[in-house]
Design a protein around this ligand. Structure first.
Ligand SMILES: Cc1ncc(C[n+]2csc(CCOP(=O)(O)OP(=O)(O)O)c2C)c(N)n1
Ligand SMILES: [Mg+2]
Length: 324
């Protein structure tokens, strides 16, 4: 079994994501901030476990629903929250928002609002690692809906042919916007799509961080060893609908939601760690108190930060063209 330190580290990431997301939703509900927000609630365990299998130098690409992926990879909370509420202290000086959360300092290389858009970018990052002999692996996170997009299929094909050091992680939360996934695909498991391209494809319970960590480690080791890509389908559920605060969620069956919430990965993993003797109630409560303070401080910092100066409207927006 995975060591205690790794498992506690996974829980700490999950809890940091959980509290940050909760704070974001509170600030939006209070009217303190007015931003579009795609909650990752329910999906915390996936990137928390995958990140534990990565080094600080490895890369990720993600989507508009990527706050959890970004926090799990180690992006500083103050700057992340400032970015999503449009403040000049944010990771992209408040000009990117949730659709463009990036922090190359910790390997968060690209977030795309284009469904499937981050997948070919991951191939590019992985190709660079391969060509320069860098050991870096790239993980690309995307949704079940994205696995119907052409760019996903083209990217899997290219990555398999060129044995790129990339791991494709599909966060299958059963919905694409307001459409149940079985209305937009005719295969039960996204993972089976890997076989068309000659790479391993595995379906994992994404809400079981231990299973997720094992699958991620196998895939990351394979990529790092030059053996090529893997598709991991992480089964999960989206507790807050598509866009937070706007979505009525009437199209999601009540029993389905209730069953998913009864298996909420955050309290479930906490309890498992205690039951298996990997931690104690006191130790985990102290960890949570520390993270609570960190999140509260980060929210304060972001709320007290100024918006971008209108004079900087065009700064960092266009690349400087250097004449040949
Ligand atoms: C190419 C493209 N088509 C359509 C959209 C509109 N759109 C935004 S999110 C979304 C659903 C994507 O679902 P999924 O990939 O499962 O991700 P999830 O939101 O569930 O995390 C769609 C269709 C878009 N942003 N980009
Ligand atoms: Mg989805």
């Amino acid at each position: 079994m995975t060591d205690k330190e790794t498992r506690l580290g996974i829980y700490e990431r999950m809890y940091r994501i959980f509290r940050t997301d909760e704070s974001m939703r509170q600030q939006i509900m209070k009217g303190a901030v007015s931003v579009i927000y795609y909650s990752p609630r329910g999906q915390e365990g996936i990137p928390a476990a995958v990140s534990a299998a990565l080094t600080a130098d490895d890369y990720i690409t993600t989507t508009y629903r990527g706050l959890h992926d970004t926090i799990a990879k180690g992006a500083p909370l103050k700057e992340v929250i400032a970015e999503i509420i449009g403040r000049s202290t944010g990771t992209s000086k408040g000009k990117g928002g949730i659709m463009h959360l990036n922090d190359p300092r910790v390997g968060v290389m690209a977030t795309s609002g284009i469904v499937g858009g981050g997948v070919p970018i991951a191939n590019g990052l992985a190709l660079r690692s391969q060509m320069t002999g860098s050991p870096n692996v790239t993980v690309t996170y995307f949704g079940d809906g994205a696995s119907n997009i052409g760019a996903f299929h083209e990217s899997l094909n290219m990555a398999a042919v060129w044995k790129l050091p990339v791991v494709f992680v599909c966060q299958n939360n059963e919905y694409g916007e307001f459409t149940p996934r079985m209305e937009s695909m005719n295969v039960k498991e996204v993972a089976t799509r890997a076989s068309s391209y000659g790479m391993p494809g595995v379906t994992v319970n994404g809400n079981d961080p231990d299973a997720m960590y094992d699958a991620a480690r196998t895939a990351v080791e394979r990529a790092r060893a030059g053996e090529g890509p893997t598709l991991i389908e992480a089964m999960t559920y989206r507790f807050m609908g598509h866009v937070f605060g706007v979505d009525t969620m009437e199209y999601m069956p009540k029993e389905e939601m209730a069953a998913a919430m009864a298996n909420d990965p955050v309290p479930a993993y906490r309890q498992r760690l205690i039951d298996q003797g990997a931690t104690s109630e006191d130790e985990i409560a102290a960890l949570e108190a520390r993270v609570d303070a960190e999140v509260a401080e980060a929210v304060e910092f972001a709320l007290n930060s100024p918006p971008p100066d209108p004079a900087d409207t065009y700064t960092d927006v266009y690349a400087e063209v250097v004449p040949a």
